[in-house]
Design a protein around this ligand. Structure first.
Ligand code: FPP
Length: 244
């Protein structure tokens, strides 16, 4: 790894798989897509909470390279939600000083979405608040391969970890300190595979639309209790970072 981050109580970078939207809706006898709509409200709320708590980067998995396999009407609803979020929600985020970025293979999205992404990033690029990164048509394996391909195009025949890291999506951000997955599954599901090499993992059964300030504070409390050694022994850590 390129550097050992300082241990802090509040993670600088939080990565989230927002799982459980469909089940949330099903439990309420609503169509699955209503869960996604509520999930977007939860995301907005989490931006507010994370900003207030001092998180610098929040990265969320909104649509994986595999999600195209979902029923056509669900994919189409998600695309509509994304498009409207890029307009309305991003305006609010901009007013609150957030920076918005999107990572993933943009070319599969409609021109309107691609234009919306460029506009959202442009509008918010000089903001100094929390950076919200939306992973859309993203996959961790895809990210590593696109980085390797950039290096090949540059003529590299042998590469270092630093070379590859520098070409990954989100290269300018610190690697995630904390990975949260809601909805009871305990998989990484091809999210940021390389960047999460040293992330602490937190899993909860709470469904994403029910996730709230209390729940994220539980995740942060769990994070605070962990002893992050980055390969060192416990005794090598500063006293205040050693577990009793
Ligand atoms: C997983 O829940 C969730 C998704 C595949 C989509 C996540 C999208 C949002 C939260 C909408 C907001 C984001 C943007 C940027 C528009 P699931 O449907 O797999 O839930 P299930 O496991 O209960 O079926």
């Amino acid at each position: 790894m390129s550097h050992i981050p300082e241990n802090t109580n509040i993670p600088r970078h939080v990565a989230v798989i927002m799982d459980g939207n469909g089940r949330w809706a099903k439990k309420r006898l609503m169509p699955r897509v209503m869960g996604h709509k509520r999930g977007l409200d939860t995301l907005e709320e989490m931006c507010r909470v994370c900003s207030n708590l001092g998180v610098a980067y929040l990265t969320v998995f909104a649509f994986s390279t595999e999600n195209w396999r979902r029923p056509e009407e669900e994919v189409s609803f998600l695309m509509g939600l994304f498009l409207s979020a890029l307009d309305k929600k991003v305006k609010k985020m901009h007013a609150n000083g957030l920076r918005v970025k999107v990572i993933g293979e943009r070319s599969h999205f409609s021109q309107a979405i691609q234009d919306g992404i460029v506009a959202a990033e442009e509008l918010t690029k000089n903001n100094k608040g929390l950076t919200l990164t939306i992973a859309a048509d993203y996959g961790g394996k895809w990210d590593i391969v696109q980085a390797a391909n950039q290096l090949i195009r540059e003529g590299k025949t042998e590469i270092t970890q630093e070379d590859l890291s520098a070409k990954l999506m989100l290269a300018e951000a610190p690697e995630p300190d904390l990975f949260i997955r809601t909805g009871g599954e305990t998989r990484i599901s091809n999210f940021m595979l390389w960047q999460m090499a040293y992330a602490e993992f937190y899993f909860t059964d709470v469904l994403w639309p029910d996730f709230n300030e209390t729940e994220i504070k539980k995740a942060f409390a769990s994070f605070t209790q962990r002893e992050r050694r980055f390969g060192r022994t416990s005794e090598q850590l500063p006293i205040e970072q050693q577990r009793p």
